[in-house]
Design a protein around this ligand. Structure first.
Ligand SMILES: CC(=O)SCCNC(=O)CCNC(=O)[C@H](O)C(C)(C)COP(=O)(O)OP(=O)(O)OC[C@H]1O[C@@H](n2cnc3c(N)ncnc32)[C@H](O)[C@@H]1OP(=O)(O)O
Ligand SMILES: O=C([O-])CC(=O)C(=O)O
Length: 377
């Protein structure tokens, strides 16, 4: 065995491909999609516009955006079999239900096996509209209600809240959801996008890749963090308990959820928009408690920040959803709703000049063992 083999556990710091989709400057805490700052997009854009930008590489003109929005709306349909699958699995975690439904869609949609670039664009667009429908329908069905039909007058974010709650959201609530989806839409070679690319590397179809991505997103080290942050906030209970909580976690060398990132050493630039959302919403709703506890955790983590440990996008996201009365187990699915355009374009980029992704593991197990028959063991 060669001794000069270098093992990069977790592929930390490894470039495996070139990309024209998004750029993360971890040291400066900057993120751009197709060259546009995330701050400009969060402040001025809509999710539909950002989805178009990601997929097509350019901001849309007004007629292009109108046509794209119309295409997304006309994709707001699900086969009856999907509602039946949701009903049969309704007591499961919403991420498990969502992943199962998307996997089933692969078998139900006529052109899901189309692995051309046009096929990926069409299937990605459909999944962008169908994934929020699945999450909302599950929430209705598990509460003994019928799914709420999509409202074709509403944009993507407002329609999702309408389907989820059965009531029209305020403009502020719809805009906050819209910004949340924009912030979550794309993030380079994160774990779920990477696994989606690995799947496409085998020449599998987009539904297979999105199913893989959903499975990968569900873990607490990735998309599951927002849910865990709110569990942590509930456990802490009030701001004055935050310091003791952090101290105990650090003493046990356990991670404080919502902090840390593989790439960012400065604060995740997406966090500031969510922080502002929680602060404003908490004030407006006369419930500033969540914001106060979160800020107390941030303060207690200050001594560790000099090591590059800062809040990530999911630190404040859960509190926004909590203030909107959205159950905790829907936080990861909400992340997934936003990420569909990112997964789609990552898969398309992989498809262009496709290559099998297949790294190596260095074998360190036993060697030259003599096989022992069953009766002699
Ligand atoms: C949308 C997203 O996916 S964002 C990430 C969401 N996940 C979370 O919020 C879960 C909590 N965070 C974590 O578990 C980690 O920060 C991860 C998994 C996101 C990144 O992990 P890594 O890239 O392996 O972390 P990294 O190598 O930068 O760690 C550097 C040091 O900071 C520590 N560290 C990293 N995250 C945390 C944390 N949340 N709390 C306390 N310490 C931490 C590590 O233990 C390590 O310390 P050491 O050098 O003494 O061993
Ligand atoms: O980039 C990552 O590793 C995780 C992340 O923040 C994301 O997927 O949005």
């Amino acid at each position: 065995m060669s001794t000069d083999i270098r093992i990069n556990r977790g592929l930390k710091g490894i470039y495996f491909e070139r990309s024209e989709i998004s750029d993360i400057d971890g040291a400066a805490g900057e993120l751009s999609y197709r060259g546009y700052s995330i701050h400009d997009l969060a402040e001025h854009s809509t999710f539909e516009e950002v989805a178009y930008l990601l997929i097509h590489g350019q901001l849309p003109t007004a007629p292009e955006l109108t046509a794209f929005e119309a295409a997304l709306k006309s994709a707001r349909t699900l086969p009856q079999a999907i509602y039946d699958i949701i009903a049969a699995t309704k007591d499961g975690h919403p991420m498990d239900v969502l992943r199962t439904a998307v996997s089933a869609l692969a078998a139900l949609e006529p052109d899901s096996r189309d692995t051309s670039e046009a096929g990926f664009i069409a299937n990605g667009l459909r999944l962008t509209s169908q994934i929020p429908m699945i999450v909302a329908a599950h929430q209705q069905i598990r509460n003994g209600r019928d799914p709420v039909a999509a409202d074709m007058d509403l944009g993507h974010a407002a329609n999702w809240l309408w389907m989820l709650k059965g009531e029209r959201p305020s403009d502020d609530a719809a805009r906050l959801a819209d910004v949340d989806f924009i912030l979550h839409a794309e993030h380079g070679s994160n774990a779920s996008s990477f696994t989606a690319r690995v799947t496409v590397g085998t020449e599998a179809n987009l539904h297979a890749a999105v199913t893989t991505a959903l499975a990968t997103l569900s873990g607490p080290a990735h998309g599951g963090a927002a849910e865990d942050v709110m569990k942590m906030v509930e456990e802490i209970g009030s701001p004055e308990n935050a310091a003791a909580y952090v101290k105990a976690k650090r003493a046990n060398r356990e991670p404080v959820t919502g902090f840390g990132h593989r790439v960012y050493r400065a604060e995740d630039p997406r966090a500031r928009h969510m922080r502002e959302g929680v602060r404003k919403l908490g004030e407006e709703m006369g419930d500033p408690r969540w914001f106060q506890i979160l800020q107390a955790v941030v303060e207690a983590m200050q001594p560790y920040a000099r090591h590059g440990l800062n809040v990530n996008v999911d630190f404040y996201a859960g509190a926004v959803y909590q203030l909107h009365g959205i159950p905790m187990d829907l936080y990861v699915p909400i992340f997934a709703i936003g990420r569909v355009p990112g997964w789609t374009i990552q898969c398309i980029e992989q498809l262009r000049g496709n290559i099998l992704i297949r790294p190596l593991t260095l074998y360190t197990g036993a060697a030259d063992r003599v096989y022992v028959p069953m009766d002699d063991r």
